[in-house]
Write a protein that binds this ligand. Structure first.
Ligand SMILES: NC(=O)c1ccc[n+]([C@@H]2O[C@H](COP(=O)([O-])OP(=O)(O)OC[C@H]3O[C@@H](n4cnc5c(N)ncnc54)[C@H](OP(=O)(O)O)[C@@H]3O)[C@@H](O)[C@H]2O)c1
Length: 270
């Protein structure tokens, strides 16, 4: 796929992987629509993209709100008259034991990560079918391997993976490409903003963010996978190893994952 003058929507593009995707896809010549929930952050990202010469526009849209997603697709059509690529990136994380977790927090994570993906895909699909474009889900290593104290996050990413496997097969004879991207640990704001048991933000990352892939590296891998119309992308050596071991030795992986995550700063389990 040549991205020159194609229209790419990136949900949740005011930070991290989404902002990097907007830049990386925009630098390939795509026109870019970005979303987020905060006008100031949205404007700041638009200015950054425009400074790179990228043709872009932004709309405030809460991923978990069906109507906002309908408006996002309409906005893209008004601005640029077509939609070729949808990057379902908007996401939040959480960190708490399930026994302590307020169910509203569980719902919020599912609303943003899973339902946000379903809504955006629903409203963009007619155009993407017409243009034989791409739908991308920014899932996670947690989309195929759960971690303790991340039940809602893991459930939302497994749900995304199942949704896209089914949809990919459904549209396989109609020229639509579906990519599920599973980043490993990537330096971003996700762990600062992760919700705790009562729904308040965690505030700081419990991991060394300097020791992770950068958002730009992830976005570049996603761009290459999109251009090659790949079905899956698993990132980081740790992510690839987790995929292999979980397939063949899931019981051993339970112990490895438990011990690894228990070492995180302020882990809720030991
Ligand atoms: N970083 C990692 O280690 C990692 C690993 C695997 C997968 N991922 C996935 O990568 C995606 C991007 O995360 P990130 O690491 O780049 O995190 P980030 O830096 O926190 O960025 C998240 C983005 O999503 C937006 N967002 C959050 N809730 C939203 C909502 N309800 N509606 C619209 N936008 C919303 C945020 O914008 P506003 O706050 O302005 O709305 C922000 O632009 C997520 O789906 C995440 O699960 C991340």
């Amino acid at each position: 796929m040549n991205l020159k003058d194609k229209v790419v929507i990136v949900t949740g593009a005011t930070s991290g992987i989404g902002e990097a995707c907007a830049k990386v896809f925009g630098l390939e010549g795509a026109k870019v629509i970005i979303t987020g929930r905060n006008q100031v952050k949205l404007d700041n990202t638009l200015i950054k993209l425009q400074n790179f010469g990228i043709d872009c526009a932004g709309i405030l849209a809460d991923a978990g709100n069906e109507e906002d997603n309908r408006k996002m697709a309409e906005f893209a059509m008004e601005q640029y008259g077509r939609i070729d690529v949808l990057i379902n990136n908007a996401g939040i994380s959480m960190r708490a034991l399930f026994e302590d977790l307020d169910l509203d927090v569980f719902r919020k994570v599912m609303d943003t990560n899973f339902w946000g993906t379903v809504y955006a895909t629903k409203f963009c699909l007619p155009e993407i079918l017409k243009n034989k474009g791409s739908i991308i889900g920014v899932s996670s290593v947690n989309g195929f391997r759960g971690t303790p104290a991340r039940t809602a996050y893991t459930a939302s990413k497994f749900a995304m993976n199942g949704f896209f496997e089914s949809l990919r097969t459904e549209v396989m004879k109609r020229g639509v490409h579906v990519l599920v991207a599973c980043p490993g640990f990537t330096a971003s704001n996700i762990r600062n903003n992760a919700l705790t048991a009562d729904g308040s933000a965690q505030g700081e990352s419990p991991r060394d963010e300097d020791d992770m892939m950068t958002a730009t590296e992830v976005a570049t891998e996603m761009l290459n996978a999109t251009l090659k119309r790949k079905r899956d992308l698993i990132l980081t050596r740790q992510g690839k190893l987790a995929s292999f071991l979980n397939k063949w030795m899931p019981g051993m992986m339970d112990k490895i994952v438990y011990n690894h995550m228990a070492k995180e700063k302020d882990s809720p389990f030991k």
